[in-house]
Design a protein around this ligand. Structure first.
Ligand SMILES: [Zn+2]
Length: 369
């Protein structure tokens, strides 16, 4: 080959490989515990609303007019306007079975700890069969990113409203920064503002014993990301599951609407910060679905139909604006782990041969300008 042609070819190869590398530098995973595909894709579900309206403690009468609409599109935009008007048009959402996109858990339990483990380790793990707060030996995407990129402690973090999030985040103590339901942050990563929020978490009486208040958790994460550049954050929110278990559909709808707004605010603060602007990918998903009827929507396990269906949203500089994914076939919860890893150029196999591949079309190489 002529030398000049060889040089040009080499330059073209280098240019294409440079351009194929992700623009994402930071990734934020937000999980909303036990949020059904019915609400995400269809907004207010009249079957559950009718059940809720019969309960003397329900405020469905006041809540329902805020979220009704003649189409699924109108209802879901009323319920989660940031998700549907801002995020999905710039990214992709999986799990709408009406469009041929099915997303399921593969663990046989359909509750939290098995779900988060599958999501973060890339595959279902049979021995994770309870919600007991304990560690398992499987590596997670969070610890793999921290180790492979040799990041300083604190650059990968988990901040959440339940202690189970902290134990599911890594296979051992001290591998990444974790903060469960009421944990303070280590002093060198905290600020007086964060300390104040941590102390409020203890004072606010949650609906159940295990979880703290998501608004405070989210504000702590927001402040943390401002103080410390966070390359990979898992923000675990849990109050959607709390209100659902309490059979308060009215409160769940109000919660989802508020969580959507707060996630939107988090996203805007990241876009206003040059360390994160246009270099951050946001992934949002859930650990399990729930029942489909008034009598069982508040519960979930794999014997209750509907509990296996989940959804996921991905948006960021490397994800084409596909909107609602169509005809994807069946996707699985374990694919989220490799989806997170790909933005750090780490293959799924880093989690073991059983790790599922990334969600399709969430990282598309850009053409050279
Ligand atoms: Zn639950």
């Amino acid at each position: 080959m002529h030398l000049r042609a060889l040089v040009l070819l080499t330059m073209a190869f280098l240019a294409s490989s440079v351009c194929a590398s992700p623009q994402t530098r930071n990734v934020v995973l937000v999980t909303l515990d036990g949020v059904r595909v019915q609400e995400v894709f269809g907004g207010l579900d009249e079957i559950i609303a009718a059940h809720s309206a019969l309960q003397h403690y329900s405020d469905m009468e006041t809540v329902r007019p805020r979220f009704i609409g003649s189409t699924a599109e109108a209802r879901r935009e009323a319920l989660m306007p940031f998700l549907w008007k801002e995020l999905v048009p710039r990214g992709v959402i999986f799990g709408n079975r009406d469009r041929g996109s099915v997303m399921k858990v593969q663990n046989p339990f359909c509750f939290s700890a098995p779900g988060y483990t599958e999501m973060l380790t890339g595959a279902p793990r049979a021995e994770v069969d309870s919600n007991d707060v304990r560690r398992y030996p499987h590596q997670t995407a969070l610890e793999v990113v921290s180790r492979e990129l040799q990041l300083p402690f604190g650059a990968v973090a988990q901040i959440g409203s339940w202690d189970g999030f902290a134990s599911a985040a890594a296979s051992g103590d001290g591998l990444i920064l974790t903060s469960g339901a009421y944990d303070p942050l280590p002093a060198r990563f905290s600020t007086p503002e964060i300390d104040e929020l941590v102390s409020l978490r203890k004072d606010v009486l949650g609906l159940w014993e295990e979880g703290s208040e998501d608004v405070l958790t989210l504000r702590i994460a927001q402040r943390y990301m401002r103080k410390q550049q966070t390359r990979l954050l898992w923000l675990g929110l849990g109050n959607s599951d709390d209100w659902s278990h309490a059979d308060r559909y009215d409160r769940l709808l109000v919660y989802l609407n508020r969580a959507d707004r707060l996630i939107g605010e988090l996203w805007s603060t990241l876009q206003a910060d040059e360390r994160y602007r246009d270099r951050t990918t946001l992934v949002i998903s859930t650990d399990h679905g729930r029942g489909l009827q008034g009598k069982d929507w508040s519960e979930h396990d794999c014997s209750i139909p509907g509990s296996e269906f989940i959804w996921a949203v991905v948006a960021g500089p490397d994800t084409p604006a596909t909107g609602e994914a169509r005809n994807t076939g069946e996707l699985h919860q374990g694919q989220i782990a490799a989806t997170l890893l790909q933005y750090f150029r780490i293959p799924a196999q880093a989690l073991g041969p059983e790790a599922r591949p990334p969600l399709p079309g969430t990282l598309v190489p850009r053409n050279s300008p």
